[in-house]
Design a protein around this ligand. Structure first.
Ligand SMILES: Cc1cc2nc3c(=O)[nH]c(=O)nc-3n(C[C@H](O)[C@H](O)[C@H](O)COP(=O)(O)O)c2cc1C
Length: 423
């Protein structure tokens, strides 16, 4: 086994061992990929505060996420087509997560079906739902997730319409891949992937083929999915799904303070601050930049988690220090899966836990639950005026002369602009 010291090592192996079409599918964002890039680079703007002469024995990364005990607050995010990165990929990832003591989330767009993963994994997993126009299909898949004893429903809110990722169009992404000349030339160098894929029957969207009306083969499936995401998803429909499900509900894809407040009032068990790993609205702020604003907006009314851009245990530490109670990783475990199958997912989790543990110790903390903003140097751009401060400012402004209000308003929103205008 090659020496793996960081997630980037797994990414390099993933690229070498997986067909280009599927590596590109994972390693892309929408349009210019600005949000995709900033999801990772923005973490680097947060710096850690070193502490010395603190007893660092007896450390623990264990905590809970929405009441579920976890060995560290890092769940595997739902990732479509995971079973194309490596044969039986969802089963392999679910097994690795169960052994490690972290949650696995199965995507609606998985290759292995809910029933298949339930039959091959030792622990209950979470199911992620995309809301489709076909309400019968939605009701039936919720029932299937209940029957498979899925312990939480992760409802994705940021994909009512598909963001465009250029590489997928250029590569002609499909599951299974169509055997064009470029695809066959590429597969010739990915023989391990091909042999494993030949040995499995799981090569289609397992939750959909045979379950949705009018979907028999892969080609009709591609058009079905393009037409099926429900553009009319709103809070009323989310309420209907909550009632139908009746268990723990996690809302994924929140990136705005008002939406977060609405989700908290709605009574979600947790919300995930996420921009879908930069795959949907290109130009949106990174999830880590939005996190503190959302944490401040909802207070302790709902548990806040985040994903998008986590590539190390230090990134997890920073998210927790900014107020997240949990995190999710997408690509970090997919790199591991594509590199080395189940062992690679385990490796990704080990790398992250070790980095989290060592960095936490050097920050003078023994328990992930004690991490806070005191552990970070936080640039101004990560801070927002809290809603309380905004309301107070509005009240004060009512009693001030107009000229003063304009300057004060600009100053409060953007101190630099305010200063230069006032000067
Ligand atoms: C290849 C790929 C497929 C994804 N498929 C889904 C999906 O089916 N459902 C979903 O809710 N999110 C999906 N996501 C988003 C992830 O759940 C998660 O939000 C994202 O990967 C986090 O960013 P990260 O990859 O930088 O960790 C996908 C992400 C990737 C990279």
């Amino acid at each position: 086994m090659p020496v793996i010291t960081c997630i980037d090592d797994l990414k390099k192996l993933h690229k070498r061992r997986t067909p280009k079409m599927f590596y590109d599918y994972a390693e892309s964002g929408s349009y210019t990929e600005q949000t995709f890039r900033e999801n990772t680079t923005d973490f680097q703007q947060l710096r850690l505060r070193q502490k010395v002469a603190v007893d660092m024995s007896g450390r623990s990364t264990a905590t809970t996420m929405a009441g579920f005990p976890v060995s560290m607050p890092v769940a595997l995010a739902p990732v479509g087509l995971t079973g194309m990165q490596r044969a039986d990929g969802e089963i392999k990832a679910a097994r690795a997560a169960a052994k490690f003591g972290v949650p696995f989330t199965l995507s609606t767009m998985s290759i292995c079906s809910i029933e298949d993963v339930a039959a091959h994994s030792s622990a209950p997993f979470w199911f992620q739902l995309y809301v489709m126009r076909d309400e019968d299909f939605v009701d039936r898949i919720i029932q299937r997730a209940k029957d498979a004893k899925c312990s939480a429903l992760v409802l994705t809110l940021d994909l009512q319409i598909l963001g465009q990722r250029h590489k997928d169009l250029k590569n002609g992404l499909s599951a299974p891949p169509k055997l064009t000349v470029p695809v066959m030339l590429d597969l010739a160098t990915k023989w391990r992937w091909g042999l494993e894929m030949l040995a499995t029957k799981r090569r289609f969207f397992g939750n959909i083929v045979g379950h949705a009306k009018g979907v028999g083969d892969a080609s009709s499936l591609m058009s079905w999915t393009a037409e099926q995401f429900d553009p009319q998803l709103d809070w009323g429909k989310i309420g209907r799904i909550r009632d139908k499900w009746g268990g723990k509900l996690i809302l994924k894809g929140v990136l705005d303070e008002d939406d977060a407040r609405r989700a908290a009032e709605f009574g979600a068990d947790a919300i995930i601050v996420s921009n879908h790993g930069g795959r949907q609205l290109d130009g949106a702020l990174s999830a880590i930049k939005m996190l503190p604003r959302i944490v401040d907006a909802v207070g302790d009314k709902v548990e806040v988690w985040m994903d998008s851009g986590i590539r190390s245990g230090q990134d997890v530490l920073k998210a927790l220090a900014l107020g997240a109670k949990g995190t999710m990783i997408g690509r970090s475990y997919i790199y591991g899966l594509g590199a080395m199958g189940e062992a690679g997912v385990t490796k990704a989790l080990e790398v992250i836990r070790k980095e989290l543990d060592i960095s936490m110790a050097l920050c003078g903390e023994k328990n992930v639950k004690d991490l806070g903003r005191h552990n970070l140097m936080i640039p101004r751009i990560f801070r927002a005026i809290s809603s309380k401060a905004t309301n107070l400012l509005k009240k004060i402004c009512k009693f001030l002369p107009k000229e003063f209000v304009c300057r004060a308003g600009v100053f409060a929103v953007c101190p630099r602009v305010g200063r230069s205008k006032a000067a």
